[in-house]
Design a protein around this ligand. Structure first.
Ligand code: NAP
Length: 484
């Protein structure tokens, strides 16, 4: 029944009937997603309102490059923003809800009554240090949040808390993330997202590709999250806006189905040659995936002693750029009733194999500027009844990528984890109906995600534009309440 409602939610006519009859049936807003490879101008035809702030030029440049029409919130910002957008021949105007509306000139300013829907609101809060400055977040966002289009975006760009900053400054910085989590819950029913983009001092040049992705339809299921950009990992390749993985070699474990299959497809779509690893029992499915994307197959159990060497042999002297540790299993039972086999199996596949394969690849096959990506889980953040083994293994990966990131940073390699929330795969189809439905509803976006949502996040983290993100665990969870 509830899965039927989910299907109904994607049917436009059914949605309008439910709305017209005022039936008390919650139908989640279908999310706008992108199919196919990255586009040169994913924001073509979209309007984005930008606040003033130290990063105005960089923000405007990123938006204009992505094809957006930039609206600034004050006429005084026009000159800076226009200079930044000039190279991309994109218009810059003053937003109709501007505080400077009455004094603006004939530079394309619409009257407030004509204020139209916008795809996104971008607030540069990097200079905010006082409660008075924090108020500017309210002043910028409050009159505009109602104009956000379906599947729209709110991004607040902020600084990280620091031991060198005053308690008051850190309070304001923390306030921004709290505000964004609240906004995510408010706009979620429109299928819109709100995220915080934290930019470390000195990492400003690494911010634009991350902003671009957060505004793209490819981040549809990422909401209420902080993404931190740092200069921690040494510089590698310069970002490309299309086919960012051209010439790269990727390895994906558990590629036969679900998230692994979608990830192999997404990486290949961006230009990577993908080696698909899965168990011999999944030979037909794995071969099918590999064949469709021009990749190759290694049939291996990730826990087998000889698997790291078999992978290295398959890679050959060229080595590998992107490693996605996706293979994962659950063996649920409350701890007192959990068999030692269930504990060992889950820790073996989800953690020990990840460490062993990574260690082997780091000894030579993983190239400088590479990527190590692990599939953690919201269960590793919040813990789940009956999942002491699984939660342990998935929490472990959060600590693992953090420490690994420091170790590999000098080589320009980044290490990150994705923590999916409820994603519609075979793994979640096995969950009892009522718990399954709660898993979907207890999220700001009121629905489960698709394997492609996780795959798109992994493809982004694999791209050169994500060089500033390392040691992080990004939740792709639709703003799940669990563990938030
Ligand atoms: P899935 O549909 O069960 O697919 C997992 C794949 O990994 C299967 O093809 C499986 O092969 C393979 N695999 C399992 N053990 C293996 C081993 N020892 N060696 C090689 N391959 C092995 O899972 P999914 O839902 O796509 O999940 C993918 C990852 O995301 C997992 O790490 C999972 O923990 C994580 N995750 C998923 C969700 C979600 O909501 N779906 C949420 C949080 C985290 P077999 O079919 O032969 O077992």
């Amino acid at each position: 029944m509830n899965d039927l409602l989910l299907a109904l939610g994607t049917n436009r006519r059914a949605r309008s009937v439910v709305g017209a009859l005022k039936l008390p049936i919650p139908l989640p807003e279908p999310l706008a997603r992108a199919a196919g490879p990255w586009e040169a101008r994913p924001l073509e035809g979209e309007s984005v309102v930008v606040s003033g702030g130290p990063l105005l030029a960089a923000i405007t440049g990123a938006l204009a490059e992505a094809g957006a029409t930039v609206l600034v919130d004050d006429a005084a910002l026009l000159a800076t923003a226009r200079a930044a957008a000039e190279a991309y021949a994109r218009p810059v105007r003053v937003d109709a809800d501007s505080r400077g509306a009455s004094s603006a000139n004939a530079s394309g300013l619409a009257s407030s009554a004509n204020a139209s829907r916008v795809h996104a609101l971008v607030l540069d809060a990097t200079a905010f240090e006082t409660v008075e400055q924090l108020r500017a977040a309210y002043v910028f966002l409050s009159p505009r949040v109602g104009r956000l289009a379906r599947s729209g975006r709110v991004v607040v760009i902020a600084r990280a808390c620091a031991s060198t900053a005053s308690p008051a400054t850190n309070a304001v910085r923390t306030a921004l993330a709290g505000m964004v989590r609240a906004i995510a819950k408010e706009v979620g029913r429109k299928g819109a997202t709100a995220n915080t983009l934290i930019v470390a001092e000195g990492a400003e040049a690494r911010m634009p590709p991350v902003l671009r992705w957060l505004l793209d339809r490819r981040s549809a299921f990422v909401t209420a999250q902080p993404l931190t950009v740092t200069a921690r990992a040494a510089a590698a390749r310069s970002p490309a806006v299309v086919r960012p993985l051209d010439g790269q070699v990727a390895l994906v474990t558990g590629a036969a189905r679900g998230i692994g299959k979608a990830t192999a497809q997404a990486l290949a779509a961006e230009g990577a040659r993908v080696i698909c690893v899965d168990r011999a029992e999944d030979s037909a499915e794995t071969s099918q995936v590999a064949q469709a994307i021009g990749g190759s197959v290694v049939l291996a159990d990730v826990t087998a002693a000889d698997t790291p060497q078999r992978i290295i042999d398959a890679l050959g002297p060229r080595g590998v750029d992107i490693v996605v540790h996706n293979a994962g299993i659950t063996r649920d039972k409350t701890l007192g009733r959990m068999s030692p086999e269930a504990w060992d199996a889950v820790l073996g596949v989800n953690l020990a194999a990840v460490i062993r394969i990574t260690d082997a690849l780091l000894a030579g096959a993983l190239r400088d500027g590479g990527r190590v990506l692990c599939l953690s889980s919201v269960s590793g953040i919040a813990g789940n009844v009956g999942q002491a083994n699984y939660s342990a293994s998935k929490a472990a990966l959060i600590g693992y990528v953090d420490a690994l990131a420091a170790q590999v940073a000098p080589r320009g390699i980044t290490a990150n984890a994705i923590a999916p929330g409820f994603i519609e795969t075979r793994m979640t189809a096995a969950i009892p109906l009522m718990i399954r439905e709660a898993g979907r509803r207890l999220a700001a976006l009121g629905q489960g995600g698709q394997p492609e949502d996780v795959a798109q996040a992994l493809a982004f983290l694999a791209s050169p534009g994500a060089q500033g993100i390392t040691g992080a665990t990004l939740r792709v969870c639709g703003g799940a309440l669990i563990g938030a």
